[in-house]
Write a protein that binds this ligand. Sequence first.
Ligand SMILES: Cc1cc2nc3c(=O)[nH]c(=O)nc-3n(C[C@H](O)[C@H](O)[C@H](O)COP(=O)(O)OP(=O)(O)OC[C@H]3O[C@@H](n4cnc5c(N)ncnc54)[C@H](O)[C@@H]3O)c2cc1C
Length: 397
Amino acid sequence: MSKSMHVAIVGGGIGGLSAAVALIHRGIRVSVYEQSSELREVGAGIFIYPNSLRQLERIGLGDALARVGARVGAGSEYYRMDGSVVGKILTTDSSGWNGMYGMHRADFLDALAKVIPPDAIHTGHKCIGFSQDETGAQLTFENGTVAQADVVIGADGINSVLQKYVVEPSAPEYAGFRAYRGLIDADKVPEWRREAHQVWMGDGKHFMVFPVRRGEMLNYVGFVPTTSETVESWSAVGDRDELAASFDGWDPRVTHLLSKVETCFWWGLYDRKPLSQWVNGRLTLLGDAAHPMLPHLGQGANQAIEDGTALAVLLEGCAEGGAIEAALKRYAALRQPRTAMVQAEARKNGLRYDSKYADLGQRDREIANSATLRKSLYDYDIEKAASQFLQASPASA
Ligand SMILES: Cc1cc2nc3c(=O)[nH]c(=O)nc-3n(C[C@H](O)[C@H](O)[C@H](O)COP(=O)(O)OP(=O)(O)OC[C@H]3O[C@@H](n4cnc5c(N)ncnc54)[C@H](O)[C@@H]3O)c2cc1C
């Protein structure tokens, strides 16, 4: 019965493709509509944590991710800006499972795309409109085409076009920070700890490094305050000298690595307060379209992957409109509290990393205790939570 349901996903980023893979795994037919002429991600790294890797492995992506990911473990630490150690970074869940990878974003997107039938992915489709009635939903695209579906998932990012069909539009909030980032060949800094996630904190900014692509490359990010609002963009070319100057006088490991950087990119950092509503009939939102968050816990994409798993569990077996709408309402009820908590915690963690504390001893104590929060993020099993939620509210909307 579930095979007859057709789900249209608008957006072929990590959120949209991971939702497609989770739905396909449960026998649900999907079509992905992406505005770009090809699926692409930016040349930077992303952390995949146990809460999402657990789900990706269950649906058969374990080997593909192991081939391109970099394991992160030994030597992962928080430092003050002078390089003195504040504490260790937790790199396992509570069971001791080291389920985390540093990934090149393009490698990750490619691993997801490979398990989606090519004819289910429609690039060059910029969605410009949505409508629905009791028989189904309709999407219109800038190229003049139209698509029908039983369910529409807006996975179209922080500037989502579909969001306005669900909730009163509101502008994303600027955090006052620019993130400079890029990749560097690990061979250029042979002395670097190959498996470590390392974070330097201080003076209103922070810097971090972790490995990607089997450890062959290092991903670095420098978070620097700006007085002027910068465009939220995945492709603005940054200024490598400006980046290096921002961390002048920090731990020599940081300044040495920055001296090897040739090019970098920058992004303005934005998030949103939690949306009051995620669903309108057959339409729902996922990933940054639903809950953009600051990157200070590395959970934006991980939460999108949880969203997709929840939708797959809750939509499986739904055929007609009433059941679909009830499933989407359950999805929102399950996901809104958790993503709102992560959005808030990401903001708080940014204050720690940027040392916005009168008493730095307090910051150090909170950082040293951060394993408790990380465990609560990593131990969460969304597939189990969604199944339990379904059993607890089988007929309610
Ligand atoms: C500096 C930084 C570091 C980060 N590090 C991490 C990390 O380590 N771990 C982590 O989990 N998260 C991290 N994040 C967050 C993460 O990148 C995002 O949460 C995630 O990429 C969101 O995925 P998405 O698919 O929801 O949105 P997007 O990646 O924005 O994808 C949206 C897609 O929709 C397409 N689209 C948009 N509009 C339309 C339309 N009208 N029609 C059709 N297609 C459309 C876009 O072209 C795009 O392909 C970080 C973010 C930043 C800024």
